[in-house]
Design a protein. Structure first.
Length: 354
């Protein structure tokens, strides 16, 4: 049969939007399935954040060897050694002294700081017994301060990078010795208070009352925030009729000074403060002074620093002698006290006030 001439029957293409809709539907189903699948790997962080952690991102821990991990008592003991930082001793300080008077903020601001200085020595107690801070344990009439002394001391000790030294006359003390002759004062053989060749009075380190008084003031100074306590006048008197002194002891005088330092170490143990003593140059260069009760070999075991008034030319020799007395394990440092700085001098030093 012959068909009709002309166009044969036509089948047109389907609309394109149907194809796109089908593809979109497949993608939606795929995304929804992925979300449902990945929910089992959803973890929460300590801050509440969420993240996906897939199986291959989690390291599988190997099972412990047989006999381990079952009970703590079955595990071998492990000694953990903590390496403590080595004590390098006091840092090197270039210090200058302030005048012996109550510190004020104006005085501190007006003080000319020497170039290169990183430390300052503040006189807080003089040899006549005057105390230049609000010490609760000072004897009556000993404290002399200005209205802003406490604030000035707080400003100095809080200054970053500044090493602060509290200079304290220790045993030469007119006020404290006179206030309690029996409990603290150094007496003569007649039973009265002893006056040295300069009409000064002294505390007796053999008496518990003396050690308690000195330690109480030392703790107050540490609480002010000072980095170092420097004891001057730390000896028995050496001028005047010393043959008339009643030493109140049968042991060498150095023993009583050593006992005082021991008590000070105990009193200051919980504070971050260095303990130092000033001695005559001869005690370092020539040996013990039995009249003064000073023995370098005993001092270095109790203090961090030994000071002495000297010259730049002798500083190195004295430093070597202190190091020799301290021994290989000792950390005691020698600090020369000078009337003027020297460009050639290295190491710690203290320039005295004029």
């Amino acid at each position: 049969m012959v068909g009709t001439k002309g166009y044969s029957s036509y089948r047109g293409r389907g609309p394109k939007w149907k194809i796109l809709l089908a593809i979109l539907l497949v993608l939606v189903i795929a995304v929804a399935s992925s979300v449902i699948y990945l929910q089992q790997f959803l973890v929460y962080g300590a801050d509440g954040s969420r993240q996906i952690r897939l199986p291959w991102q989690t390291e599988e821990k190997a099972p412990p060897p047989d006999g381990e991990g079952e009970a703590p008592e079955n595990q071998p003991d492990v000694d953990v050694v903590v390496q403590e930082p080595e004590d390098q001793g006091p840092k090197e300080t270039a210090a200058f002294s302030l005048p012996a008077q109550a510190l004020t903020q104006a005085l501190w601001q007006e003080t000319e700081k020497p170039a290169g200085a990183n430390a300052v020595a503040v006189r807080l107690k003089t040899s006549n017994g005057t105390v230049y801070f609000n010490a609760a344990n000072a004897v009556s009439g000993a404290v002399e301060t200005e209205m802003d002394t406490a604030a000035a001391l707080a400003a100095v000790t809080a200054q970053e990078g500044l090493h602060t030294i509290a200079s304290v006359a220790c045993l030469q003390d007119f006020k404290a010795a006179n206030a309690d002759v029996e409990g603290r004062g150094l007496k003569n053989t007649g039973g009265y208070i002893f006056y040295d060749g300069n009409n000064s009075l002294w505390l007796d380190p053999a008496k518990p009352g003396t050690r308690e008084y000195v330690c109480a003031l030392a703790k107050e100074i540490a609480e002010l925030g000072f980095d170092e306590l420097l004891l001057t006048d730390f000896s028995y008197p050496t001028v005047g009729k010393i043959n008339k002194i009643h030493y109140n002891t049968d042991v060498p005088l150095a023993n009583n000074l050593d006992l005082l330092l021991s008590d000070l170490n105990t009193a200051l143990e919980s504070y971050d403060i260095l303990l130092s003593v000033e001695v005559p140059e001869a005690v370092i260069a020539e040996g013990p002074d039995t009249v003064a009760g000073l023995d370098l070999n005993r001092l270095v075991s109790r203090v961090d620093r030994v000071y002495a008034v000297t010259t730049p030319e002798k500083a190195e020799t004295l430093s070597n002698l202190v190091a020799q007395a301290a021994g290989a394990e000792g950390k005691t440092e020698f600090v020369p006290e000078l009337t003027a700085d020297s460009p050639a001098l290295t190491g710690s030093r203290l320039i005295l006030a004029e």
